[in-house]
Design a protein around this ligand. Structure first.
Ligand code: CA
Length: 127
């Protein structure tokens, strides 16, 4: 594997400013708008405004869609996030943050790499 072959857009961090850490397990809601109205479902919040950003947001499910590091506020998505996707994290009003938009990707952790499936259970790795 070349060092440029890692899977990008997997890890994102929550800005600690204003958020309550460690994040109480299950207290966060993570919404994404993938920019594709064709795959919206009956559960999609269409034309919905979260922290001033309007989009068609789907609520993600912990462990199915992402794993949260409660201590560090690092989200590991189980599939890569596309460049046009908007991600919003909420601990309830007013604790809401846009952690990615099509124009802004500053919360993407580029110093963490997922090197592909190695049958390691997430967060079970010890060092
Ligand atoms: Ca969609």
């Amino acid at each position: 594997m070349k060092d440029v072959d890692y899977i990008k857009n997997i890890y994102f961090r929550i800005d600690t400013t204003g958020f309550i850490f460690p994040i109480q397990r299950g207290s966060e809601n993570i919404y994404i708008d993938d920019g594709n109205p064709a795959n919206n479902t009956a559960n999609t919040y269409v034309n919905y405004s979260i922290t001033g950003v309007v989009g068609d947001f789907d609520l993600l499910h912990p462990l199915l869609d992402y794993v949260m590091d409660d201590e560090r506020g690092v989200i590991q998505f189980l599939v890569p996030i596309s460049d046009v996707t908007t991600i919003v994290v909420s601990q309830g009003m007013p604790l809401e943050q846009v952690i990615k938009s099509p124009n802004r990707n500053s919360h993407n952790l580029v110093n963490r790499y997922l090197v592909g499936g190695m049958e390691i259970i997430p967060h079970s790795f010890k060092w």
